[in-house]
Design a protein around this ligand. Structure first.
Ligand code: BGC
Length: 346
């Protein structure tokens, strides 16, 4: 069995009967379903024809949104200011109930990614059936996109983050297509262009002018900007210069989580951009790097502890939460999407 088949099997194996995808079955902090991870995973499953799995996740997401309808409607209708504490959580229990812990949950990107992935789902009937919930979450994002929240790495809640806004813009744009309504996605993109660029490239956030590898989502996979857009090219060059080591991409330069290793999923999205710009050999090299990091069961970790940004911070995290999460379903999703992109190109 090759790693593509193993990846599909791993995802299927750990999808629950509720439809949710567990982030990682072997890591105590990740025994939940995230809107962000789940949506990227469902999209990858769609790409390889596993529509049943994807649809079952979307069903789960729709149930979660319906269960929170009152809360979301109140926010949408509110005239007064909305606070960060009121934002919807990023992760839920596997059966869709709310968690009651202190996790930095206020994160808006996952709902954008959810809408983006959903719109790529070929089942129009399903979309019609859930029209009201899709509309509700669309209006919710239109209302809250400018509120600072935890970023895609669940950090820096004081800032507005570019990859969060990219996810939201992608979701709102997708909603325009599926619902046939106008949204503010262009306003979000304009904000990115005005406030979240410098030196001809994207910056990580309103409080960090460096890069983050998730910035390549601007084109791969969200397609909000052309692959050849100078902003994208300059951003990728800066990512390569500061964050890529032997095929593996770091999240951002100050990262100390497990010492700041190289992330499989980020390397995979970057390699999708290589494939999209005709740099096939480079994309293949990343693919081989990913394959070389699968364990004997064909499982991929979240990150590989090599070329650590801060060696001293590796052990403290292992002592705190155990070994690096493996398998991480989102890593498998990144690998699947990259394989598809490469087979489309060759
Ligand atoms: C990452 C998130 C991810 C979560 C579950 C966290 O460590 O920062 O991006 O959603 O793990 O995989």
């Amino acid at each position: 069995m090759n790693l593509l088949e193993q990846s599909i099997n791993t995802i299927k194996k750990y999808q629950t009967t509720y439809g949710s995808y567990i982030a990682s079955p072997s890591f105590s902090q990740y025994l939940y379903c995230w809107f962000r991870d789940g949506s990227f995973i469902a999209d990858a499953m769609n790409l390889v024809g596993e529509n049943k799995s994807a649809k079952s996740f979307f069903d789960w997401g729709m149930r979660v949104i319906s269960s929170q309808e009152e809360r979301i409607s109140k926010i949408v209708d509110r005239r007064e200011e909305i606070t960060q504490e009121e934002l919807l959580p990023t992760r839920y229990l596997l059966d869709g109930r709310l968690t009651l812990d202190e996790w930095p949950n206020a994160q808006s990107d996952g709902y954008g990614t959810f809408l983006w992935a959903l719109a790529r789902c070929p089942d129009r009937e399903f979309i019609e059936e859930h029209r009201d919930s899709i509309e509700l979450i669309t209006h919710y994002l239109e209302k809250v996109w400018k509120i600072p929240c935890f970023d895609v790495w669940e950090e820096s809640e004081e800032a507005i983050h570019t990859s969060t806004l990219l996810s939201i813009a992608a979701g709102l744009k997708a909603s325009e297509t599926v619902l046939g309504i106008k949204t503010v996605w262009r306003e979000v993109v304009d904000f990115i262009l005005r406030r979240l660029t410098a030196n001809g490239r994207f910056v990580k956030s309103t409080s960090n002018s460096g890069v983050d590898s998730s910035l390549c989502w601007a084109s791969a996979p969200f397609g909000l900007f052309d692959n050849e857009n100078p902003l994208v090219i300059n951003t990728v060059e800066e990512i390569e210069r500061t964050l890529v080591f032997d095929g593996g991409a770091k999240r951002y330069i100050q990262d100390t989580y497990y010492g700041g290793g190289s992330w499989i999923l980020l390397s995979a999205y970057l390699a999708q951009w290589y494939a999209g710009t005709g740099q096939i050999e480079k994309a293949r090299a990343v693919m081989s790097w990913i394959e070389s990091n699968a364990n004997q069961n064909g499982e991929l970790p979240e990150q590989v502890p090599e070329h650590l940004l801060d060696e001293e911070m590796y052990r403290p995290w292992v002592e705190r939460w155990g070994n690096i999460a493996c398998p991480l379903l989102w890593s498998h999703a990144g690998y699947i999407s990259l394989s598809k992109e490469l087979s489309r190109k060759s």
